[in-house]
Design a protein around this ligand. Structure first.
Ligand SMILES: NC(=O)c1ccc[n+]([C@@H]2O[C@H](COP(=O)([O-])OP(=O)(O)OC[C@H]3O[C@@H](n4cnc5c(N)ncnc54)[C@H](O)[C@@H]3O)[C@@H](O)[C@H]2O)c1
Ligand SMILES: O=C(O)C(=O)C[C@]1(C(=O)O)C=C[C@@H](O)C=C1
Length: 364
């Protein structure tokens, strides 16, 4: 018996989920597209087994339905699904970045013999669309589920069992609490990043040296300002109440910095940095895409075209198995700018010796 998984909205998140499920024994993945060219793309990129423009056909006989469209469309999709003759026991879930409103909408609908369980993978990117999808996106990330009271435990367990393919760690949360927490750790940082970029853009219009000199610090804190505008419009409007409260608190944080500077309070500034360092230093490191422990080297590399290829080739020529390469723009926490990861300690040791012989500065 094949388990049919229907994905509505095969973009960054929907496409990544599809890639986690596709090709697994007993699973078939159908993607719903709202444009003919998208349907063709999903199939030709190998992200889904089949794609359809028909809402009904995608939902027909599905065992699991994932709603992966912008938050502002979720309720409409759920409403449409509630009017279809869905398979008995079908589990509908979503991946929206807010959870309270969709949970409320689900509880107001008369869902016959099907169950809605809200979901939100805490992994993503500033990129969007199926082109950015990756089967590794959720590895080691947290994946929040918000089962409503009364949903059968077997339904929750069966969704959890399916999500094993994402290699994410499931966390069960109340939807409102989810929105408060995620508002602070995800939505607020997006607002701050956008406001900061726009502030500097204003200065840069008069003097382009601002963008010329923008280096690690600016880039680190503003990567997420490049996120998809429609996705974020919907998230912020949907979590408006929470965001307004958080922005009030943010204004207070900013005001306290204004005061520190007005008073030339060096000690206070140091304290603020110490407090932030302390809290941030305790954040658990959750690196994506690596489920087993890796052995890392960091190396300082000059900014030359082709440098990554050269290093990878040198290691490959010596039969050294490289598992992952990451360019770290910021130099905080680690002294180098390229991280090379190896599954075997002996590979890491051989790479270290080789790169040192080639005069690279290597840090373990
Ligand atoms: N981007 C992230 O980092 C992230 C992380 C976790 C959850 N989410 C949530 O996942 C959902 C999808 O976000 P994404 O980042 O994959 O976005 P995306 O833009 O990559 O994908 C959105 C999908 O929705 C479809 N879509 C867009 N407008 C549509 C319309 N008018 N009619 C029908 N379909 C439409 C697109 O074709 C695409 O398949 C959102 O609800 C978002 O809040 C995003
Ligand atoms: O890494 C990023 O680019 C993200 O923005 C991912 C991120 C986040 O803020 O952490 C963004 C939105 C989500 O709903 C979940 C995760």
């Amino acid at each position: 018996m094949t388990t049919k998984i229907a994905i509505f909205g095969v973009g960054l998140i929907g496409g990544s989920l599809a890639l986690c499920f596709k090709g697994r024994e007993g699973l078939s993945v159908v993607g719903h597209a709202h444009r003919p060219e998208s349907a063709e793309k999903y199939v030709s990129r190998g992200v889904v087994d089949s794609a359809t423009l028909s809402f009904e056909e995608a939902a027909l006989d599905a065992d699991f339905i994932f709603l992966c469209v912008p938050v502002g469309m979720l309720e409409d999709y759920l409403l449409r699904l509630s009017k279809l003759p869905l398979k008995k026991g079908c589990i509908i879930t979503d991946v929206g970045s807010t959870k309270a409103s969709i949970a409320e909408c689900a509880s107001s609908l008369d869902l016959q013999d099907v169950h809605f369980i809200g979901g939100h993978p805490m992994a993503g990117s500033e990129r969007s669309g199926v082109e950015a999808a990756s089967s590794l996106l959720f590895e080691n990330a947290y994946y929040v589920l918000t089962p409503p009271p009364g949903v059968p435990e077997e339904a929750y367990e069966s969704l959890k069992a399916l999500l094993v393919h994402t290699r994410a760690q499931i966390v069960r949360l109340d939807p409102q609490r989810h929105d408060e927490i995620v508002g602070a750790i995800s939505h607020l940082p997006h607002i701050i990043a956008v406001a900061l970029v726009n502030q500097v853009h204003g200065y840069d219009s008069g003097d382009s040296l601002y963008s010329t000199l923008a280096a690690g610090g600016f880039r680190d804190i503003t990567r997420i300002a490049s996120s998809e505008p429609v996705i974020w419009r919907d998230i912020l409007l949907n979590n408006r109440e929470v965001m307004l409260k958080l922005l009030k608190d943010w204004n207070e944080e900013v005001s306290s910095f204004v005061q520190l500077l007005e008073n030339a309070d060096g000690e206070g500034i140091e304290e603020a940095f110490k407090e932030a360092n302390g809290f941030r230093g305790k954040l658990p490191e959750r690196r994506k895409g690596m489920i087993t422990p890796l052995f890392d080297l960091h190396i300082d590399v000059p900014d030359h075209p082709g440098i990554i290829g050269r290093i990878a080739t040198e290691l490959g020529d010596q039969g050294i198995n490289l598992s992952n390469v990451q360019i770290i723009e910021s130099r905080e926490d680690v002294p180098g700018i390229m991280r090379l990861s190896f599954r075997q300690e002996c590979d890491m040791e051989r790479a270290k010796a080789l790169l040192q012989r080639r005069d690279y500065t290597v840090y373990v």
